[in-house]
Write a protein that binds this ligand. Structure first.
Ligand code: UDP
Ligand code: MG
Length: 320
């Protein structure tokens, strides 16, 4: 079978109630382009009937290609597997819960036809999300832009189109703690954003509780910045500076017969606790980076598939 022009990648974790509607809407949109296409459904260790639904769709329609993970590996890894197995000249990443309307794919393709190699969809409006998610997401994107060296577009999620050239580069970046939005900004190429209205989830509830969002944020920061490591240096210089300045002040006060430098127990305690805290936080930050180094050193495969199309080398998850 010749390679399709377009690949659609959807990561799936307990989305049994969304899969058939996703398939229906993707079919409608993609058939209207007149191009050949494939839909890669990556089952990220779902505990509901998602895997069976995916297999069933694949047996009815050869354009649906199932990738079934051996367990849950996380959203970013599921998308990575989809990119690995995709064969299209352009690959679209889309959420399976229909928060990213498949109809927007047409706008993404139009920009791709104009020659852009990364077309990301910007959430101009979001429906059906709580204020906590909105505020934390907004703060997060703004902070990332401030402290990293990569120009990560504001308010863009993983919903995007990537040209084959970009996908090939991303497939060589086998880092474990992935932040794909950052990675696809880091690679360069001609990039452009397309605004869209993010819909509410069709069925089910979010698979991104605060804990996972927090991990993703830490991955984004550690993956693209040394700023947290440098923080210890800054605080160190600051407190060393204060103590150096205080020495002559204290000596002078004592020489003048002042008792002030002797009555500072509370100040001493606060200073000790403050520095102890700063040191522990710095250790924790170091630990985050060292843990990541250790994970990379182990060099385990990013994901394990139970069933997948036969065109990849299973041991490395790399194309032959
Ligand atoms: N997802 C996944 N593995 C996970 C968590 C989520 O494959 O461990 C998928 C999920 O099925 C959905 C997409 O990632 O298709 C986005 O997740 P979700 O909609 O729960 O995140 P939110 O939109 O609430 O940020
Ligand atoms: Mg969602």
């Amino acid at each position: 079978m010749p390679s399709p022009v377009l690949s659609i990648v959807a990561p799936i974790y307990n989305e049994a109630d969304n899969i058939s509607e996703l398939y229906r809407r993707v079919c409608e949109v993609m058939d209207s382009t007149g191009e050949s296409w494939e839909l890669l459904l990556v089952n990220d260790g779902s505990t509901d009937a998602s895997a069976e639904f995916i297999q069933q769709l694949a047996s009815q329609d050869g354009r649906v290609r199932p990738i079934i993970f051996a367990r849950n590996f996380g959203h970013q890894i599921a998308v990575t597997a989809g990119l690995d197995y995709s064969r299209g000249q352009a690959v679209v990443i889309i959420d399976a819960d229909l928060q990213d309307p498949p109809e927007v794919i047409l706008d993404l393709i139009a920009k791709w036809r104009e020659g852009f190699e990364v077309v990301y969809a910007i959430r101009s409006e979001r429906e059906g999300e709580g204020w906590f998610k909105l505020v934390t997401a907004s703060l997060f994107y703004r902070m990332i832009v401030k402290i990293t060296d990569v120009k990560i577009p504001l308010d863009a999620g993983d919903f995007r189109l990537l040209d084959r050239k970009v996908v090939n580069v991303l497939n060589q970046m086998r880092e474990r703690h992935r932040f794909l939005r950052g990675m696809s900004a880091w690679v360069g190429f001609r990039q452009v954003g397309v605004p869209y209205k993010r819909a509410a989830r069709l069925a089910g509830e979010t698979k991104y509780p605060f804990r996972k969002m927090f991990r993703l944020a830490i991955n984004a920061i550690t993956g693209f910045s040394y700023f947290p490591l440098q923080l210890a240096t800054y605080v160190g210089f600051f407190s060393a500076g204060i103590s150096i300045l205080s020495i002559p002040v204290v000596i002078t006060l004592r020489l003048w017969g002042s008792q002030a430098p002797l009555v500072g127990q509370a100040t001493t305690l606060i200073a000790v606790l403050f520095l102890g805290g700063v040191q522990l936080i710095s250790l924790g930050i170091l630990g985050e980076y060292i843990g990541r180094l250790y994970d990379e050193a182990k060099g385990r495969p990013l994901y394990i598939v139970r069933e997948a199309p036969p065109d990849l080398d299973r041991t490395t998850n790399q194309k032959d």
